[in-house]
Design a protein around this ligand. Structure first.
Ligand code: SF4
Length: 395
C-alpha cells in the first residue's frame, strides 16, 4: 500500500477558519503561477524557468492579458482569495510585483481583506520585496523553509542558511504581515526523525500561524529521478508524519487537512477552496483551473503562453464527465479532517456521480480507512496515513 505522499500541489498545482462560505459561492479562488526561480531544486517537478528580465517582461504582459480576457468574457469575477505560487514569486522584480498586483485589482473584483498569499523562499525575500508585497495588500506569506539542517538543505539544493532563516519571520512581521505559513519536506534522503523534529522545533519557536508538511515524492523528470535518488522508505515517512503531527498538535495547532496545520482562525482559505472543490482560476503557464464546471490547464510553455494566453475554457476545453467530476470532488473533500457531509455529496454529486464510487467507499469502510461520523464521510487516522490507497481506489 502506498503511504500518503500526495501534496495538494501535486493534485491541484497549476498549487480562515473552516469555511463560512458555500461551495455554491459566486466568488472564485485565484492562483497566479509565477514561473521563475533563481535555480532549479533537484526534487521539483513544477513548471519554472531561471529568472531573467526579458522573460519576466514577456510573462507579465501575457498574464495581464490573460486577466483581461477573463474580465472581457466573464466580467469582473469576484475573488475569495488570491495566491501567488510558483516557481518563486519572491524572485520577481519590484516592477513586476506591482504590475501583477495592479492587474488583479483592475480585472477582478477584490473585496477588502481577503486572504492574499505569496509564496517565498528565504534566499529571495528581501526587505524591498517584502515592502512592495505589503504595499499591495498581500497579507499572508508562505515560506518554503523545507529544512533547517545544513546537511538536508544541501541535499535539497537549497541555498538558505540557519542565519538567513533566524530573523526571517520577524522581518515579515516588520512590514505588517503576521499571517505566515512555513513549509517543510520530510522523507529527504539521509534525514532522521530527530533531524526532522529539530526543524519543527525551530518552526514552533518562530511562532508561525500555519505549518504545512509534505512527503518527498520523486517525480518523473526531476534531477532526483534522473540520478536515481530515493526518498526515505515508507515506514520512516510514516513515523515522521506521526512525529510532526504529534508535536504540532501539542503546540496548539489544529490539523484541518492531511498536510496542513493552522492556529485556530488561520486555516488557509485559499487551500480550503481547493479542498472543497470550489471554483478556482489559475493564471500563468501550467496553471490548473476548475471554472464553469470545466477542469483545464494552461500550456506548460512560456513561449506558447506569451503567443496566446487565452484560457482553455474559452478554447473548447470540455466539462468533466460525470464520474470524473465525482471523483475529483470526493478526493478533494476527503483531504479535509472534517470530511464531507452526505447532504453535500447528494447536493453536489447526485446519485449518478455517487453510485460508481459507492462500492469502493464501502470496501474502504470495511478496511477501516473511511468512516461515517454523524452525517459525514471522513478518512480515519489510518485512512489519512494510507490516503494514496484510498484516492487511487476512488479514481
Ligand atoms: S524554488 Fe520552489 S519552484 Fe523553484 S525549483 Fe525550487 S522547489 Fe521548485
Amino acid at each position: 500500500m502506498a503511504w500518503c505522499a500526495v501534496s495538494v500541489e501535486t493534485l491541484f498545482r497549476s498549487r480562515g477558519k473552516f469555511p463560512r462560505y458555500s461551495v455554491h459561492s459566486a466568488s472564485v479562488a485565484l492562483y497566479v503561477h509565477i514561473p521563475f526561480c533563481g535555480k532549479r531544486c533537484p526534487y521539483c517537478a513544477f513548471y519554472k524557468l531561471i529568472w531573467n528580465p526579458e522573460d519576466e517582461r514577456r510573462y507579465v504582459d501575457a498574464v495581464i492579458e490573460e486577466m483581461a480576457i477573463y474580465a472581457r468574457s466573464f466580467g469582473g469575477i469576484p475573488l475569495s482569495s488570491v495566491f501567488w505560487g510558483g516557481g518563486t514569486p519572491s524572485a520577481l522584480s519590484l516592477d513586476a510585483i506591482s504590475a501583477i498586483a495592479d492587474g488583479i485589482r483592475t480585472h477582478f473584483t477584490v473585496p477588502d481583506g481577503i486572504e492574499w498569499t505569496v509564496e517565498a523562499n528565504p534566499e529571495t525575500l528581501t526587505d524591498d520585496r517584502l515592502g512592495r508585497f505589503s504595499a499591495h495588500g498581500i497579507n499572508r506569506v508562505s515560506v518554503g523553509i523545507q529544512s533547517t539542517l545544513a546537511s538536508e538543505l544541501v541535499t535539497l539544493g537549497r541555498e538558505h542558511t540557519q542565519l538567513s532563516m533566524d530573523r526571517l519571520l520577524d522581518r515579515i512581521r516588520s512590514v505588517g504581515i503576521d499571517n505566515i505559513n512555513v513549509d517543510f519536506i520530510y522523507g529527504v534522503p539521509g534525514q532522521t526523525l530527530l533531524g526532522l523534529l529539530e526543524s519543527i522545533e525551530w518552526a514552533l519557536h518562530q511562532r508561525p500561524t500555519h505549518i504545512s508538511t509534505y512527503a518527498l515524492s520523486i517525480e518523473p523528470g526531476t534531477i532526483y529521478a534522473k540520478t536515481g535518488v530515493k526518498a526515505a522508505d515508507e515506514d520512516l515517512q510514516l513515523q515522521m508524519y506521526r512525529g510532526i503531527r504529534r508535536r504540532v498538535l501539542q503546540a496548539g495547532f489544529r490539523q484541518y487537512e492531511v498536510s496542513a496545520f493552522g492556529l485556530p482562525g488561520y486555516e488557509s482559505r485559499h487551500n480550503l477552496s481547493y479542498w472543497h472543490y470550489s471554483p478556482y482560476i489559475g493564471l500563468g503557464p501550467s496553471a490548473s483551473s476548475y471554472f464553469k464546471g470545466v477542469a483545464y490547464q494552461q500550456v506548460s510553455s512560456l513561449e506558447r503562453y506569451v503567443l496566446d494566453p487565452t484560457p482553455p475554457v474559452l478554447k473548447g476545453a470540455v466539462a468533466l464527465d460525470t464520474e470524473g467530476l465525482g471523483a475529483h470532488f470526493l478526493i478533494a473533500n476527503l483531504r479535509r479532517s472534517e470530511g464531507v457531509t452526505y447532504s453535500t455529496i447528494e447536493r453536489e454529486l447526485g446519485a449518478a456521480r455517487w453510485m460508481p464510487m459507492d462500492p469502493a467507499v464501502k470496501e474502504f469502510k470495511r478496511m477501516g480507512l473511511l468512516r461515517n461520523r454523524d452525517d459525514r464521510l471522513q478518512l480515519t487516522r489510518r485512512g489519512v496515513e494510507l490516503m494514496n490507497t484510498v484516492l487511487e481506489g476512488l479514481i
